[in-house]
Design a protein around this ligand. Structure first.
Ligand code: NAD
Ligand code: DAU
Length: 359
């Protein structure tokens, strides 16, 4: 499917990956119209998206995807030709502390979007549904061997990954049962500009810059397969444009690092970019209680995406991390407003609430 000139309904486009996706897509596809349906939870930050607002081809609609009636009405009004579904509760630790919102948004929300799409989809006016998912649905790998492929059995460990697994199954079921055209991408750990600073990478960069302690779960030996956010965006475009309907594509950066290595790399880059001492940063590492059910290792074998979509990542871990550190250094005010909570007041003032949004 050609994305340009389409009416595209994006969910979660004010979050980390979604907001980068909106900004890049408006540049790359000069005729696409983007409608961003986002509840603007704690993780959203529509600040810094002025370029999108000024384009005349972008609209942010504050709404809850789990509110079925609101979704049906919105779909009837917008008549989307393509849906790209990012919206989710995305942080594993929060899902351990309080899983209910994950079930509601990630499962019920995906279900309501699928229902709204099914009600409008016809052979003459088709709607394509692209679902953004995660490698966490496959569970954990041993330290030294193997990688997930599209045929690996699902085995999620956390309430977050279980809710994403359920959403993947629903999306595939709507293709098999109702013929709704779908594609799915299951991606590894992203990092880059605009990521909410509860996640490992921005948390460590900000802690290093502010001379605070760097909390590492357990022994720091857990491995993740890191991908710079722009490379994920390229993979999503490729899956929508060149992917086969009904198929799933695993997207991975091939940059496996354990958490100690991630923190080491961040310390070196922060030291170089901000004129600090890397050893002093590393001396502030503290090893804290491990995450319950902490998956040991994730890695995706991206061969299918390479072969069928012609996709490969451009950034190395080192080059992507340097860009990320520089972005944070140049946008300290944005991160300060997130952490002080001041950005929530700004959202309340600038965006009205629609159906299903709690006060
Ligand atoms: P994020 O937490 O930064 O952003 C999520 C966005 O969804 C926010 O803007 C939030 O307001 C919105 N949202 C949450 N609940 C909503 C609801 N009920 N209705 C409407 N909007 C709602 O997440 P992210 O890291 O950008 O992840 C985006 C997607 O990519 C998620 O589906 C996630 O599972 C998937 N993913 C993330 C990664 C990663 O490393 N971050 C890797 C693979 C897949
Ligand atoms: O694999 C894709 C997934 O990556 C996405 O589906 C999730 O939405 C995304 O949050 C991410 O999940 P992780 O749990 O892997 O990311 P997080 O940044 O929370 O943690 C990365 C690793 O760092 C993990 O092993 C836990 C560890 N960690 C994390 C934090 C926040 C620490 O050691 N200390 C910390 O303070």
């Amino acid at each position: 499917m050609n994305i340009d000139s389409k009416r595209v309904l994006i969910t979660g486009g004010a979050g980390f990956i979604g907001s980068n996706f909106v900004l890049r897509t408006l540049e790359r596809y000069p005729h696409a119209k983007l409608y961003n349906v986002d509840k603007l939870t704690y993780a959203a930050n529509p600040r810094g998206m002025e370029r999108a607002e000024c384009s005349g081809r972008y609209q942010l609609i504050r709404a809850d995807i789990a509110h079925g009636e609101t979704m049906r009405t919105l779909f009837e009004r917008i008549e989307p030709e393509l849906i790209i579904h990012f919206a989710a509760e995305s942080h594993v630790d929060r899902s351990i502390l309080g899983p209910a919102e994950f079930i509601r948004t990630n499962i019920e929300g995906t279900f309501q979007l699928l229902e709204a799409a099914r009600a409008l989809h016809t052979a003459s006016k088709p709607i394509h549904f692209h679902h953004i998912s995660t490698d966490e649905v496959y569970g954990s790998l041993p330290l030294d061997e193997g990688a997930f492929t599209e045929s690996t059995a699902y085995d999620p460990s956390s309430p977050y990954s279980a809710s994403k697994a359920a959403s993947d199954h629903l999306v595939r079921a709507y293709y098999r049962t109702y013929g709704l055209p779908i594609t799915i991408t299951n991606c590894t750990n992203n990092y880059g500009p605009r990521q909410f600073p509860e996640k490992l990478v921005p948390l460590m960069i900000l802690s290093a810059l502010e001379e605070r302690s760097l909390p590492i779960y357990g022994e720091g030996k857990n491995v993740r397969d890191w991908l710079y956010v722009d490379d994920h965006i390229e993979a999503i475009w490729a899956a929508i444009e060149r992917g086969r309907v009904g198929e799933t594509y695993g997207i991975g950066g091939g940059e496996e690092k354990n958490n100690l290595e991630v923190v080491e790399c961040i310390a070196q880059i922060v030291a170089a970019e901000a004129d600090m001492d890397a050893e002093a940063i590393l001396a502030r590492r503290v090893f804290i209680r491990d995450r319950p059910g902490h998956d040991l290792r994730y890695a995706i074998d991206p061969q299918k995406a390479r072969d069928e979509l012609g996709w490969t990542p451009r950034e190395s871990f080192e080059s992507g991390m340097r860009k990320t550190v520089r972005y944070i250094l140049e946008n300290r005010a944005l991160y300060d407003s997130i952490r002080s909570g001041e950005y929530r007041q700004w959202i309340a003032k600038n965006y009205t609430k629609r159906g299903g949004e709690a006060a």
